[in-house]
Design a binder for this molecule. Structure first.
Ligand code: GLP
Length: 263
């Protein structure tokens, strides 16, 4: 695992966006061999998306031959609800770039058969040749996508019931009214993310410090599902100083030294 420690949110967002853009450019995607990008929602990736949009606007990158698969979506929240992940992705990323709408994949939380929807999503990812780079954030309880504590570390796309912690955390997007937060979501599994060729997580702020500690400094555990990334051959976590507040001094120094080339 690589851990990149940047001073603040702006710097980590820039680092992550540059990394993603370089990967897409290096892959030189074509309609026959597109680049497959996994996309998260939440506040953490907003800066990353903003930087990618700026690079697109400056003519440095194109998304014409990029296929996306989003991580998750709420169950039974109308697609056009301002807090649906469909709305989030179009408003914060897709409508600002040259991605082809038919190349965008987001789980349908209103599908008549949710199990079939999840299975079909896995098939679509396989048909696309797998995910080249899965971007992600981390929930305060260490979850990845909506793989809440206790999720199987080999799980595939499925329905998950949200924990009280997550319902509280996400109530800020629903007028702080817990009753308005959907109680279930469709989410890719930890196994789905682990199958990606690369995984890049962004993690910012003191309220993520405990989650980051368990993700990179603790044991692999289904209680902190992002810790499974320790088993991934190409995982990168990009964080800011505030998110490092609970790392051991040894871990913190090791990753700083390693990235500075001192080790
Ligand atoms: C939601 C999403 C996760 C995201 C998490 C953290 O629960 N399903 O994918 O990582 O929120 O969100 P934020 O970045 O806003 O803290």
């Amino acid at each position: 695992m690589r851990v990149i420690i940047e001073p603040d949110y702006e710097a980590l967002s820039k680092w992550a966006a540059n990394y993603v853009a370089n990967r897409i450019i290096q892959a030189n995607p074509t309609p026959e061999k597109p680049f497959v990008l996994g996309c998260p929602t939440g506040s953490s990736p907003l800066g990353l998306y903003r930087n990618l949009i700026d690079m697109y606007s400056a003519g440095k990158i194109s998304f014409q031959n990029v296929i996306t698969f989003n991580m998750d979506e709420y169950v039974k929240l109308p697609e056009d609800h301002p807090e649906s992940y469909h709305s989030f992705m179009w408003n914060n990323f897709f409508k600002h770039i040259d991605i082809k709408p038919e190349n965008v994949h987001i789980l349908n939380g209103n599908a008549p058969d949710l199990v079939a929807e999840c299975n079909h999503y896995e098939e679509l990812i396989a048909q696309a040749g797998g995910v080249d780079l899965f971007m992600g954030g981390i929930g305060p309880d260490g979850h990845l996508a909506f793989n809440e504590p206790g999720s199987s570390l080999s799980s595939r796309t499925r329905i998950k019931t949200l924990t009280t912690d997550t319902i509280h955390a996400n109530s800020r997007f629903f007028d702080n009214d817990l009753s308005l937060v959907p109680k279930q979501a469709l989410t890719v599994g930890i196994g789905t993310v682990m199958d990606a060729k690369e995984v890049l997580l962004v993690c910012s702020g003191h309220n993520k410090a405990r989650a980051l500690k368990h993700c990179i400094d603790g044991d692999i555990s289904h209680k902190w599902t992002s810790s499974m990334l320790q088993m991934h051959p190409h995982a990168i976590v990009v964080c800011d100083e505030a998110a490092c507040d609970e790392l051991t001094v040894g871990t913190y120094k090791y990753y700083l030294d390693k990235e500075r080339g001192n080790l």
